[in-house]
Design a binder for this molecule. Sequence first.
Ligand code: ADP
Length: 475
Amino acid sequence: MFLKQLNRLRRSLAFRLTLWYAGIFSISAFLAFFFFYFLVIDVLRSQVDEDLNRQLRAFAGIMQVDGLEGVRRIALQETQAGGEAARLIRLLSRFGTEFSVSDQTYWRNIGVDSEAIRRLLTEGQPVFETIGIPDTGDSLRIIYGSIGPGIIMQLGQSLAPQMRLIQAFQRLFFFTMAAVIGLAAIIGWFLARRALSGVGDIARTARRITQGDLAVRAPVSRRGDEIDQLAGNINQMLDRILELITGIREMSDNIAHDLKSPITRIRGLAEVTLTTSEQVADYEQMGASTIEECDRLLDMINTMLVISRTEAGVQELAWQSVDMAALARDAVHLFETTARDKAIQLSVAANEPQHIHGDAPMLQRMVANLLDNAIRYSAQGGKVRVGVQAGSAGGVEVTFQDNGIGIQAEDTARIFERFYRCDPSRSQTGTGLGLSLAQAVARAHGGSITVRSEPGQGSTFRVILPFNADKIGEK
Ligand code: ADP
């Protein structure tokens, strides 16, 4: 259980971010400290060197004034005052022969570096070197310099005080580094948790959606950061998915309903005929009605297929030049009888030929659907006008104007959905597929259909088709 939790923690993004943060922070602190450490060592060494140089110059001055004896005397005083452990003073000839030397018990008889003397003589500059004393762990910084003609001084100073400072610095370094790593881990963990809290909320939302609650949404704070943008986008995506699911649900409900009614009718008629009729004519009537209902069903299923295929762009279209004006006049001619039955005044204004490239049978179906609607949703004695003219933005514009029942504003956005039928139309015959097909055809031709309607006053459907629809169709 504990191991499982540890494993989960190890894989978590917050843990990895914390590690990165603590790692980078600690390395930066380590580098800064290291740089500072070497700087301190360098400054300390230069101070010692400066000090040794100063002493050497002082002895050179004494040499000039009081000669070698004076130097010996002052050197003795110096070693006694500074403590024998701290100082080493040796006087040498230019060949390295010793004139005199301070007490060397502590320094374990440090010798003379002939190479250093050679360098001093050739370069004419004081030469420095550092010597470690293995038994005591102490170190000695030495300068070789000339203090008078043919007289070389070897001057040494213990580095013990500097070493103590450096050791104190090292201890401080380790403690500070431990504190820095600890602090970086705590701050890193806190920052990572804070930054990722939104991600956790989104993950929880996704889990609840998976469990079936499609209405939950990821919380969006007011910060407006990337996590909020992600949550906002996910919420928008969820809204869209819910909309599509509702649409599909409604559509399948509608399909089930629309298929159920004719099948129930066929079954009812068959049952009544079988139980009550003995006449052959009744059976013939039943057969005819069955065929009629089946034709309607097949027509509906075919229309659904055509809409799906056209919308998906897989419906083969026979591209050719089509005169929309002639096509509209023919359609009006076909519907004259239907219009006359309802005493509807049907007129067409399509005098100028208006050619576009398109699929004539599909365009005929589109025009027929729109014209059929205009007549069906108009009252007895109404007026329906079809107009074909050049579109204001190029292409052709076909309008279907009626003074029928009209459409409520909230329905106009939905009438192009498959199976959608406004409430007043439910009592009329129809499948709710006519406008979906019309819109699919218009879109397949690169065009569009818009509607303007006033309930009780009438509706105007406007189809806009571009000239070069074939180019769009070939894409
Ligand atoms: P339907 O087979 O029901 O006519 P459509 O897809 O052609 O299916 O139309 C969808 C709905 O839009 C119709 O049921 C009707 O409510 C509304 N509608 C379409 N055309 C008109 C119109 N000219 N006047 C009023 N309502 C209309």
